[in-house]
Design a protein around this ligand. Structure first.
Ligand code: ADP
Length: 298
């Protein structure tokens, strides 16, 4: 049931090298693919979804050689791209009925049951007769998931689905993903750290087309435990601290700046140890990948 991605590389015709030898092993359950904008997440998602060929590498899902047998992969795939269009004048029920037909559910009774079940699953049953043109962003995303689930996929890819959703809709959407069967590989790509923290059993951070780290979120956090320190400083001093310490994040609070810095040992100078979270790891790993900041010796 595992998806194995091995040494995938892609350079676009304009010379942008979007993926450098990406290798990932993705078991069933929710997998978070986290990275900043431009990291290569969509390029990787489209490659796995057989929408664009890589220059080299291989992908296997169960017994399918994905790049050689794209039709066999597509039969088990649900894909929610970053942007998708819906006919605004059609009600959700009719749209889902249409996609279920495309997925081969030809028996009308069976299709009616499937459509009703999907609408309930994504909590759109009560608004099923309304035109989707009037739906909110979150409702459209939930309908997108229902469409992706219409073929009972074993591999579900959702590309940045929470961008632009308000916190309530974001949670609702993520919980929906978390409830999808345990035997399905679900890949959630996102640049929002909180999307990954609680729901994903496995994750990877990618940056500039490379895997920076992969594993269980808790294990990844363990790696920086005891090395993240916090101090609140006047806002005007923020830059001076940046010069002196490996600052991984800053947050404004009542005119001051709360700094998180990475250091192997206690930097003293009023810093206190903090229990790291995924955001600390994320910013530390990105800073490290960018060459980090060399701390100035005191
Ligand atoms: P992400 O999804 O993490 O934001 P993308 O995969 O969209 O990253 O983009 C990775 C890099 O590849 C970016 O520099 C982007 O500008 C570039 N890129 C993406 N798609 C294309 C394309 N079709 N042609 C040329 N460059 C592209």
């Amino acid at each position: 049931m595992t998806l194995r991605i091995d040494a995938i590389a892609k350079t676009y015709p304009n010379g942008v090298r979007a993926l450098h030898n990406i290798s990932l092993t993705i078991p069933p359950g929710m997998f978070g693919l986290l990275g900043p904008n431009g990291a290569g997440k969509s390029s990787l998602m489209r490659t796995i979804a057989t929408l664009q060929p890589p220059d080299s590498g291989s992908i296997r899902f169960r017994d399918v050689d994905v790049l050689r047998e794209p039709e066999r992969l597509r039969a088990q795939l649900g894909y929610l791209p970053q942007e998708f269009g819906l006919y605004p004048n059609m009600p959700a029920e009719a749209i889902l009925d249409h996609f279920a037909t495309l997925k081969g559910v030809v028996n009308p009774g069976e299709r009616k049951d499937l459509v009703a079940m999907l609408l309930q699953q994504v909590n759109l049953y009560d608004v099923r007769k309304k035109s989707v043109g009037g739906y909110s962003g979150g409702m459209k995303q939930r309908l997108g998931i229902a469409i992706a689930l219409a073929g009972s996929p074993k591999l579900l890819i959702v590309d940045e689905p929470t961008a632009g959703l308000d916190p309530t809709e974001r949670n609702r959407f993520l919980n929906l993903l978390a409830d999808i069967g345990e035997d399905v590989v679900v890949i959630l790509s996102t640049h929002i750290v909180e999307d990954v923290r609680e729901l994903c059993s496995q994750m990877a951070i990618i940056n500039k087309g490379q895997v920076v780290v992969q594993g269980e979120p808790e294990r990844i956090i363990d790696e920086v435990r005891g090395r993240i320190w916090r101090r609140t400083v006047p806002r005007a001093q923020t830059e001076a601290y940046r010069q002196q310490y490996q600052v991984i994040s800053t947050r404004l609070a009542a005119g001051n700046t709360v700094l998180h810095v990475y250091a192997e040992t206690n930097p003293g100078d009023g810093f206190v140890a903090v229990e790291p979270d995924l955001e600390d790891v994320y910013f530390h790993r990105l800073a490290e990948a960018a060459g980090g900041r060399v701390p100035v010796e005191a």
